[in-house]
Write a protein that binds this ligand. Structure first.
Ligand code: SF4
Length: 378
């Protein structure tokens, strides 16, 4: 674990009431300021000429990266620093690799199938991360979307491979290896770990792979490729590897639903992914064509963004300018989230050429709202 500022401070002259306390020789006003900077690794420990060897040893051990990062053509494997995501975050999602034997007569079709597989996530496309070619004799690797290496190249990597091992043993190796790397920072266990999934029925492979993604495989290598299984594992992996400190967000933009015309109705919301998809889903499923203006609000939901001043009349005005709403559309009415009804006056003041209509509190009420809106020809 990395040392906190307070833990570092305890070893400095100010905490021990020793000579040189708060002497400023390090360039910081106090020993505490130095300790806080050091904890964030924003200063070199050698800047304090009075730091004792005991502190230097503890500190260098604490900042040592417990697990190595392996890189294959930009694909990063390993490099994890914590046992549990809530302690900080996990860094590099478990690599999902498929090994293809080029001695098989249909290997080219297999490669094509793996390379073509993709699923859409929030602002991102996902697919297989790595193809490992076994018995590949050509000099040049095929040009594919998916990162590709030969088995010979793979075998040169500093990766701990778990092969031909049952679930219980694999689980124990994965957990003890990660604990030794993170807690003890033992160099003998610092290599990323790959599990070879072997041959089994799809249900068993899916169940085992799900566990290994959670604890603590850096890579899974599959002999069989199955689209449904990979889609499921990728969804699980996204849940585990999403940084809990960063809300999921979509791009601030003007989104279109059902081929709208320049006079179609306009909705407005924040760029928090869950809010966006709740609204977008409703707009996709009503018969009335529409637009959706998405405000850049650091991925916060409507009320949170408003209270954090990320959803202000000024930001709405700037977004309307930036997205060139006046130039693109003739509609001059914008439906705002019902939770922001109190903002109508300030919005009118900031954007006087638009009318702001208070919409619904919940996305599920949009269908009924639009029905009333069109009936009243608003
Ligand atoms: Fe404290 Fe060392 Fe900085 Fe002096 S040089 S203020 S002793 S941290």
């Amino acid at each position: 674990m990395e040392m906190t500022g307070l833990q570092i401070f305890k070893y400095l002259p100010a905490a021990k009431k020793e000579e040189h306390l708060n002497c400023k020789e390090c360039g910081c006003p106090t020993c505490m300021a130095f300790a806080l900077k050091l904890a964030k690794q924003n200063i070199d420990i050698e800047k304090c000429p009075h730091a004792k060897e005991e502190l230097k040893e503890l500190y260098s051990h604490s900042i040592k990266h417990p697990q190595k990062t392996i890189e294959i053509k930009g694909l990063k494997i390993g490099g994890e620093n914590v046992l549990y995501r809530h302690e900080k975050t996990f860094i590099n999602p478990t690599t999902l690799a498929v090994i293809i034997d080029c001695n098989n007569s249909n290997y080219k079709e297999q490669i094509k199938r793996v390379d073509n597989f993709e699923i859409k996530g929030v602002n991102q496309m996902f697919g297989v991360d790595l193809i490992i070619l076994k018995n590949y004799s050509n000099k040049e690797l095929p040009t594919l979307k998916v990162n590709t290496i030969t088995l010979e190249e793979y075998e040169k990597l500093e990766i701990l491979n778990i092969k031909n091992s049952d679930f219980k043993t694999t689980k124990e190796i994965l957990i003890s290896t990660r604990e030794k790397a993170i807690i003890e920072k033992d160099d003998n266990f610092s290599n990323p770990v790959a599990v070879w999934m072997g041959a089994n029925d799809k249900f068993t492979i899916s169940a085992q792979a799900s566990f290994y993604i959670c604890k603590y495989a850096n890579m899974l290598i599959f002999e069989e490729f199955d689209e449904a299984m990979f889609a499921t594992l990728i969804s699980l992996r996204q849940n585990i590897y999403t940084d809990p400190q960063k809300p999921l967000q979509v791009e601030s933009n003007l989104y279109e639903f059902k081929e709208p015309k320049e006079n179609s109705i306009i909705f407005l919301t924040t760029n928090f992914a869950l809010t966006f998809f709740a609204v977008a889903n409703e707009l996709e499923n009503i018969d009335v064509p529409s637009y959706l203006i998405v405000i850049p609000a650091d991925g916060m939901s409507v009320l949170t963004a408003w209270s954090a001043e990320k959803f202000t009349a000024n930001i709405v005005s700037k977004t309307i300018d930036k997205l060139q709403i006046r130039e693109k559309l003739t509609t001059r009415k914008i439906i705002i989230p019902g939770l922001l009804a109190h903002m109508t006056d300030e919005l009118k003041e900031a954007v006087p050429d638009f009318e702001f209509i208070v919409g619904t509190h919940e996305a599920t009420a949009i269908r009924e709202f639009v029905k009333n809106l069109t009936a009243n020809k608003l």
